[in-house]
Design a protein around this ligand. Structure first.
Ligand code: SAM
Length: 276
């Protein structure tokens, strides 16, 4: 049975390729690449001479059919993208879907992805996270998209380009306020790698001050909303805060953390104080 391999390649540092990826790329009959010129440079560096064919957003549909036919006739093919893991904000979905539908075996050759590299060093919760790829470009669409995510409890991960970074961080501040943690991960694995950890407000200030350089490739990781399911949880949170803070400060903080009305929380906190 012939195989389609989905092979991860580096996101900047050429050392970040696995032994298995190198072996598979040198053994297959053909490599389907997003940009054959770009991949040729990587293959040249690895001294791999496998022929290349182009597979990108604009020929995904027709190229998928042709590639699956070639695999069925006995060829082994590897899919790569310009950087990182194919299909993750990169072409490949149609090819893999067609392979599955046609009963072709698909084998992952895992490696780097900017999303997992960034998450592994962000210092934000990893037990639950959602990846959203690139954000909408237009302001209104961006705002609507982010509003939908307001109550997401897990870490939110986005890819961003330098020319949209300032606008996106400003919109984060408008929709989520200034206080959530926003990690800005830039140029991972490369010479000018930079990971900034702080609040949304601090990220904006660091960009304004030039401390975060608005150049290169970015992953943005945003703290999720603290989930409070029930009144009981609200009370538990308030009880914890009331051990150290005044009623009004506890209500204010609980409101910021849960997104619930400060007045309602203030009334609950007052009644809890009276009962204690
Ligand atoms: N397939 C890739 C992966 O697995 O991460 C992603 C490809 S997508 C077209 C490119 C985007 O990924 C960039 O615009 C940036 O948001 C992010 N990215 C890729 N390499 C990065 C790096 N070295 N540092 C930070 N972000 C990176």
């Amino acid at each position: 049975m012939s195989i389609l391999y989905v092979v991860a390649t580096p996101i900047g540092n050429l050392e970040d390729i696995t032994e298995r990826a190198k072996r598979v790329l040198s053994e297959v009959d053909l490599i389907a690449a997003e940009d054959t010129r770009h991949t040729a440079i990587v293959l040249n560096h690895l001294n791999i001479k496998t022929p290349l064919t182009s597979y990108h957003d604009h020929n995904e549909s027709s190229a998928s059919h042709s590639l699956i036919e070639q695999i069925k006739s006995g060829k082994e093919i590897a899919l790569v993208s310009d950087a990182g893991t194919p299909l993750i904000a990169d072409p490949g979905y149609r090819l893999v879907k067609l392979a599955r539908e046609e009963g072709v075996k698909v084998v992952p050759i895992p490696g780097v992805s900017a999303v997992t590299a960034a998450l592994s060093v962000a210092g934000l919760p990893t037990d639950k996270f959602t990846y959203h790829g690139f954000l909408p470009a237009k302001s209104k669409a961006l705002q609507d998209f982010l509003k939908e995510l307001e109550n997401e409890p897990g870490t939110l991960i986005f890819y961003e380009s330098p020319h949209r970074l300032v606008k996106t961080v400003a919109m984060f501040e408008k929709v989520f306020g200034s206080d959530r943690i926003l990690v800005v991960a830039r140029e991972l694995t490369k010479r000018f790698e930079q990971v900034s950890y702080g609040t949304i407000g601090e990220a904006r200030e660091r960009i304004e001050a030039g401390e975060i350089v608005v150049k290169g490739e970015f992953v943005l990781l945003l703290q999720g909303q603290l989930k409070v399911d029930s009144e009981w949880d609200e009370r538990k949170l308030l009880a914890e805060l009331l051990t150290d803070l005044s009623v009004s400060r506890a209500a204010e903080l609980a409101s910021r953390l849960t997104g619930r009305s400060k007045n309602v929380l203030y009334k609950i906190a007052i009644s809890m104080k009276e009962d204690s």
